[in-house]
Design a protein around this ligand. Structure first.
Ligand code: CA
Length: 365
C-alpha cells in the first residue's frame, strides 16, 4: 500500500498521521488516535448532569489535543442507564457517568461516594476523596469490577423536597408516599413513610395524579425545569439526605492504564476540572431558579424544624450504621467517612456557615 492509499484507509479507520498534509514531508511521528465511548445514566443533554458529562468529554478531547476523543451516549442509546456500570466493567464502553449510590447492589460501600444523609457537603466530599483517603478506598471497591473511580461533578446541597402538607414533626411523615431514593429513602421509611424510586420523567405525573404525595429531586435549577411548583405547595429545605452529591465517572481499568502516561494525567485532571465546573454550574443556576420559584411562582419555602432534623439525624445514624455492618469493606469506608465528618464539623460551623450567616445580616435578599 503506498502512502496515499494508507492515508485514505486511515481516514475511515482509527489512525491518523501527524503532519501528513504537507506534501512530500516525511511523517515525523505517527500516533494512533484513541476513541472512547462514555455511557451515562442520564438522558442525553439532561441539565446539569448530562451536560456535565458532555463537558467532561469535551475537556478530555480538547486537553489531549484530540489524541483521545470521547463520545457521550445518553441513557438507553448504547446501554440502559443502570447497565452502564457493567458495560464499562466489561469494556463495551471505556467510561461511564453516574452516581455511586446506583451501584449499591454491587457494593453497599459504593453509596458513601455519592451521598450520605447528614454526611459531607460538596467541599468536604472533595476533601475526603482527594486528601482524606476516600479515593484509595473508592478505587479498592471499583477495582473488583475492573474499574477506576473518579469524582466528576457535584450538585452541592440539594433541597428537602416538595410537599402538599406541612411537615411540622416527624409524625407527619407517617403514611406519606414520597419519591426519594437511596439512604434518604431508608431514613423516611423508619419514620413511617413509604419511599419510592422513580426515574425523573415519571415524577411530575405521579405527583399530579396523587400516586405519590411528595418528592425530592435535586435543587431549584432542576426542580424548576420539571415544574414541580405546579403540583406541590411547599418546598422544604435543607436537603439533609443529599448534602453534596458526587457525580462520578468510572473508567475501564485496562483502557485507563493502557493510555500513555500523559493521557492518564490529562483524564485525571479533566475529572477534577469537571467536578469544579459542575458545582459552579449548580451554584449559579440554583440561585436564579430559587428567586424565580419564589417571586414568580409563589412557592412557599419552608425549613424543616430543628426537632424534625434532629430526629432524622438520629434515624440516619442507625441506617448508615446498618450499612456499615453489612460487610468489611463497608465498615472500612464508614470508619474513614465518619472520621472525616468528625474532623469537619467544627470548621464547617464557624467557617462556611458562620460566614453565610454573617453575610445575611446585611445582604439577605
Ligand atoms: Ca436527589
Amino acid at each position: 500500500m503506498d502512502r496515499r492509499d494508507f492515508l485514505k484507509t486511515a481516514g475511515a479507520g482509527a489512525a491518523i498521521v501527524a503532519g501528513s498534509a504537507i506534501a512530500g514531508a516525511p511523517a515525523v511521528h505517527a500516533e494512533k488516535k484513541i476513541r472512547w465511548k462514555m455511557v451515562t445514566t442520564w438522558p442525553k443533554n439532561f441539565p446539569g448532569l448530562g451536560t456535565g458529562a458532555n463537558n467532561l468529554a469535551e475537556l478530555i478531547t480538547k486537553m489531549s489535543g484530540g489524541r483521545l476523543e470521547v463520545k457521550v451516549y445518553g441513557a438507553g442509546e448504547l446501554v440502559p442507564a443502570f447497565e452502564s456500570f457493567d458495560a464499562v466493567s466489561r469494556g463495551t464502553a471505556e467510561m461511564g457517568h453516574g452516581a455511586a449510590y446506583y451501584w449499591k447492589g454491587k457494593s453497599e460501600a459504593a453509596q458513601f461516594f455519592a451521598a450520605v444523609p447528614f454526611g459531607l457537603n460538596a467541599q468536604e466530599m472533595a476533601g475526603w476523596i482527594y486528601e482524606g483517603g476516600g479515593q484509595e478506598l473508592w478505587d479498592e471497591i471499583y477495582s473488583d469490577f475492573n474499574l477506576k473511580a473518579f469524582s466528576a461533578g457535584n450538585t452541592g446541597v440539594q433541597m428537602g423536597g416538595w410537599f402538599n402538607k406541612e411537615i411540622n414533626s416527624v409524625d407527619d411523615y407517617n403514611g406519606l408516599k414520597m419519591r426519594i431514593p437511596g439512604l434518604g429513602g431508608e431514613v423516611i421509611k423508619r419514620a413511617g413513610a413509604t419511599p419510592v424510586s422513580l426515574p425523573g420523567g415519571e415524577i411530575f405525573p405521579s405527583l399530579q395524579s396523587g400516586a405519590i404525595d411528595a418528592t425530592e429531586w435535586v435543587g431549584p435549577y432542576n426542580d424548576l425545569a420539571f415544574g414541580f411548583y405546579k403540583v406541590a405547595k411547599y418546598y422544604y429545605w435543607p436537603g439533609w439526605h443529599e448534602p453534596g452529591t458526587v457525580l462520578e465517572c468510572f473508567v475501564n481499568k485496562d483502557a485507563y492504564y493502557g493510555l500513555p502516561k500523559d493521557l492518564q494525567e490529562i483524564v485525571a485532571a479533566a475529572m477534577k476540572a469537571a467536578t469544579a465546573d459542575m458545582l459552579a454550574d449548580f451554584t449559579t443556576k440554583n440561585n436564579a431558579a430559587l428567586v424565580e420559584l419564589v417571586s414568580k411562582h409563589n412557592v412557599q419555602l419552608k425549613r424543616f424544624s430543628d426537632d424534625v432534623l434532629r430526629k432524622m439525624g438520629e434515624l440516619s445514624k442507625s441506617v448508615v450504621e446498618e450499612v456499615a455492618a453489612k460487610d468489611p469493606m463497608s465498615k472500612k469506608v464508614y470508619e474513614s467517612f465518619n472520621k472525616y465528618r468528625d474532623q469537619s464539623v467544627d470548621w464547617a460551623k464557624i467557617g462556611e456557615v458562620g460566614y453565610s450567616l454573617a453575610r445575611a445580616l446585611t445582604f439577605e435578599g
